[in-house]
Design a protein around this ligand. Structure first.
Ligand code: ADP
Ligand code: MG
Length: 147
């Protein structure tokens, strides 16, 4: 379990600051980790993922929201990085068909937005972060317990 104690909770004041935070979080993540990001639309989940992926050596301009594709796969310096967005998942079967085992139990790092949509399938060991809107462009990012 990575230790984010020196980084979280955090409050960012711009999209760029959330990306910068993601870069720093990336230093604490390892292949095989599952990082689940909960938060409303526009809370900054995808920006945080961009920062994490960029921190892992993925060219930032190639990182896009997988809202429609459900899963994007990147190659980071330490191996595959899976970026999932379960927002449009309506039935668990859709997630099975994607081959979710590779994402959750393979050797890559898995970052998943809207984990609530597939809550029953999220591994127990997953790290859960919650992003919340503050006033204006502020966003709070904190680690929370599963359950
Ligand atoms: P999500 O994936 O949670 O739906 P996105 O990262 O796609 O959110 O979008 C966040 C939106 O909020 C973007 O339009 C971004 O410009 C805006 N924004 C404003 N302030 C922030 C902030 N501090 N961190 C992240 N995004 C911010
Ligand atoms: Mg998103």
């Amino acid at each position: 379990m990575p230790d984010f104690d020196d980084l979280l909770p955090a409050e960012t004041v711009s999209p760029e600051a959330t990306i910068a935070l993601g870069r720093r979080l990336a230093e604490h993540l390892e292949p095989g980790d599952v990082l689940a990001l909960i938060g409303d639309l526009g809370a900054g989940k995808t920006h945080l993922v961009k920062g994490i992926c960029a921190g892992l050596g993925v060219p930032i301009e190639t990182i896009t929201s997988p809202t429609f594709t459900i899963a994007n796969e990147y190659t980071g310096a330490a191996g595959p990085v899976y970026h999932l967005d379960a927002y449009r998942i309506e039935r668990p079967e859709e997630f099975f068909e994607l081959g979710y085992e590779t994402y959750f139990f393979g050797d890559g790092l898995c970052l998943i937005e809207w984990p609530e949509r597939v809550a029953a399938l999220i591994p127990e060991e997953a790290i859960l972060l919650r992003l919340t809107h503050g006033s204006g462009d502020t966003r709070r990012i904190e680690q929370v317990e599963i359950g």
